[in-house]
Design a protein around this ligand. Structure first.
Ligand SMILES: Nc1ncnc2c1ncn2[C@@H]1O[C@H](COP(=O)(O)OP(=O)(O)OP(=O)(O)O)[C@@H](O)[C@H]1O
Ligand SMILES: [Mg+2]
Length: 209
């Protein structure tokens, strides 16, 4: 079971990881987009960080909803509404809970993916954040069903997200600005898939402390 103070710690650590990787993520977006993904994400998580103290003792739904709203309002671009909806939808699934378990976490991943798909209308294989999110979710569910504990589940998710990021190098972008490049997008990893991998890795790192 993970309580709200641990979740707030983890969210804070996601923000640190995003800000450490902001230049890297922006450079990835410079290659196939408009040079702003890391800057956008870091701005969003700066706002989240400011709001974390006010979320102490709130239930999981309220925490995720606030994070999502901050991301929508401060990130902008495509990734703001996409990640923002992901967090808000995840929050609705755990509304009222003061603790979450592994099953809740898998539910959060399902809802996050369905939020991204609701907004972005993308499928797997279009060189987006979904190419890290969906394999990570599948690997985590599989590990959980095999009876693994949260740490091993998260490690399996991180590994699958990393593989998903590698996979985005091999495919053509068909969504967002990167799609304007057509075949020239091959060879470049997707910034959004990479930012998801960075976030999930931050969750795993903090969890394992
Ligand atoms: N329809 C979509 N569904 C899922 N993810 C998407 C979609 N469109 C873009 N993305 C993700 O958003 C990332 C780019 O986010 P960024 O913060 O740079 O916003 P942006 O500059 O407005 O993006 P874009 O030009 O791709 O629409 C991409 O790398 C991709 O992972
Ligand atoms: Mg961009």
């Amino acid at each position: 079971m993970t309580d709200s103070s641990k979740v707030l710690d983890i969210v804070g650590h996601i923000g640190e990881a995003i800000s450490e990787n902001a230049q890297f993520l922006t450079d990835l977006d410079a290659a196939i987009g408009d040079n702003d993904h890391g800057v956008n994400m870091a701005r969003g998580f700066k706002k989240v960080e400011e709001d974390l103290p006010g979320l102490k003792d709130k239930d999981m739904g309220a925490i995720f909803k606030k994070v999502g709203m901050d991301i929508v309002s401060a990130v902008g671009g495509s990734s703001g509404p996409l990640y923002g909806t992901a967090f808000m939808k995840a929050g609705a699934a755990v509304a009222g809970k003061m603790e979450i378990d592994l099953n809740d976490f898998l539910k959060i991943m399902d809802e996050a993916i369905s939020g991204v798909q609701l907004r972005g209308k993308a499928e797997k294989g279009e060189k987006t954040m979904l190419d890290a999110m969906m394999p990570a979710r599948d690997a985590m569910r599989e590990a959980a069903e095999a009876g693994k504990g949260i740490k091993e589940v998260l490690d399996a998710g991180v590994k699958a997200a990393e593989d998903g990021v590698e996979y985005t190098k091999t495919i053509i972008a068909t969504k967002g600005r990167a799609s304007y490049l057509g075949e020239r997008s091959i060879g470049h990893q997707d910034p959004g898939a990479t930012s998801f991998m960075v976030m999930l890795k931050a969750v795993a790192d903090k969890y394992e402390e």
